[in-house]
Write a protein that binds this ligand. Structure first.
Ligand SMILES: O=C(O)c1ccccc1NCC(=O)[C@H](O)[C@H](O)COP(=O)(O)O
Length: 266
């Protein structure tokens, strides 16, 4: 699946570049709002929630009939999320750069916003900042390892942050050597879609204490959040469990430990 997404992304990026050149993107970037500090948001006491906005995903299909990015971002920020991840990919996740732009500049939302995209080219980093994003996602296995340090350096030069995602201890070491300050462990295998929270535990144990760490995918309860915190994660990235809820606000409060967990209410 990841290979299909990346093949499609390479074509999309080339098409975008011919519609809107880098100079035009850089001009827009100069007028973008000031970055919000994603790193500091995740580094606060207790496990921080990065709440995700996506219409659909390859593994789960459509998440909700009343999908409304503005409503979700507002509810996430009013109930204790510390950052928001917005899918920029349209073909597979039903998102878009315009969706990130709307959330990042929403007057009701004051949290840092991550541009969740399959980044393979520096052009996409400029594009992310030009719409007001405060962070971008890098997937280690999607980027040429020789280019990863320069991609991370460019993100920092633009005054924003990179969440660098890995699936193995080897990828985590590559990320650290490339200068990553924030490292994520994805619990979902992107070929089989199987989720294994054990992966977070294994990789966390080889990460240095100096990086901010994020456990990503397949977290479904406050119990999962507490386990991630207990093994040393600073933050968690959660989508499905929030998006599929009838009462998104109370689900967010549950994840961040402000209300009783669903299993304790039974
Ligand atoms: O989720 C997918 O189907 C998927 C497929 C191919 C590439 C990436 C994919 N997911 C990206 C993610 O990392 C998740 O959107 C994110 O971690 C949130 O996960 P969840 O809480 O399980 O929605």
């Amino acid at each position: 699946m990841l290979d299909d997404i990346l093949k499609n992304k390479a074509q999309e990026v080339e098409a975008k570049k011919s519609r809107c050149g880098l100079e035009e993107v850089q001009a827009k970037l100069r007028a973008a709002r000031k970055p919000r500090n994603f790193y500091r948001a995740l580094k606060q006491p207790g496990i921080s929630l990065i709440a995700e906005i996506k219409r659909k995903s390859p593994s789960k299909g459509e998440f909700r009939a009343d999908f409304d990015p503005h409503m979700l971002a507002k509810v996430y920020s009013e109930n204790g999320a510390r950052a928001i991840s917005v899918l920029a990919d349209e073909s597979f996740f039903g998102g878009g750069t315009h969706v990130v732009e709307a959330v990042a500049n929403d007057p009701d939302v004051h949290l840092p916003v991550m541009y969740k995209e399959f980044i393979i080219d520096p052009y996409q980093i400029y594009e992310a900042r030009s719409v007001g994003a405060d962070a971008v996602l890098f997937i280690v296995r999607a980027i040429d390892p020789y280019r990863l340090p320069e991609m991370i350096a460019l993100v920092h030069e633009l005054g924003i942050e990179a969440l660098v995602e890995c699936f193995s201890a080897e990828e985590a070491s590559l990320a650290v050597e490339a200068g990553a300050k924030i490292i994520g462990v994805n619990n979902r295998d992107l070929q089989t879609f199987q989720v294994d929270l054990q992966r977070s535990e294994e990789i966390r144990s080889v990460l240095p204490g100096s990086v901010v760490t994020v456990s990503e995918s397949g977290l479904h309860s406050r119990t999962d959040a507490e386990k991630a915190e207990a093994i040393g994660f600073d933050a968690m990235l959660v989508g499905e469990a929030l998006l599929k809820s009838k009462d998104v606000g109370s689900r967010v409060r549950e994840f961040v430990g402000l209300t009783l967990r669903a299993e304790d209410k039974r």
